[in-house]
Design a protein around this ligand. Structure first.
Ligand code: NI
Length: 143
């Protein structure tokens, strides 16, 4: 959908068991949604991204790492892991945060499970203080 262009809203009735309805209201309260419709919208969007992820052969995303480069063997291990996954790393950027700490951002493309394995392998290296995977989407099914 083009940014700024408002999509037409459709209304529909929902039948729900009372137990499920109170769970929905709990979700509304927990997330501070303004109403049930907003909660349902959010649940649908989350599910689209999730299922796209699980089914997809290929997805794109980034891995962000923060590590202490002075830790012994860290750079060697990190390079080794990245070479092992060379086919999924499209590019990487290294920033020297301060005297000891570095930040590295990898742009990746590949199977979601492989991306999670790559993150786990790097995060388990001693000296890596932070590691996060942000999965974007190939946007195939997102309206
Ligand atoms: Ni550095």
């Amino acid at each position: 959908m083009k940014k700024g262009k408002k999509e037409k809203v459709a209304r529909f009735g929902v039948s729900l068991e009372e137990g499920l309805l109170s769970e929905l209201d709990r979700i509304v309260r927990l997330n501070k949604f303004s109403n049930r419709s907003q909660a349902i919208r959010n649940i649908v969007r989350e599910n689209i991204v999730k299922s796209e992820w699980m089914d997809s052969r290929e997805t794109a995303g980034t891995i962000t790492l923060v590590y202490d480069h002075t830790k012994r063997e860290l750079m060697t291990r990190l390079t080794h892991v990245q070479h092992h996954h060379h086919d999924m790393i499209i590019s990487s950027q290294h920033i020297h945060l301060d005297h000891d700490n570095c930040m590295e951002v990898l742009i990746i493309k590949g199977r979601p499970q492989e991306a999670q394995k790559l993150l786990a392998a790097m995060r388990s290296i001693k000296g890596v203080k932070y590691g996060a995977l942000s999965m974007a989407t190939m946007a195939g099914r997102l309206p």
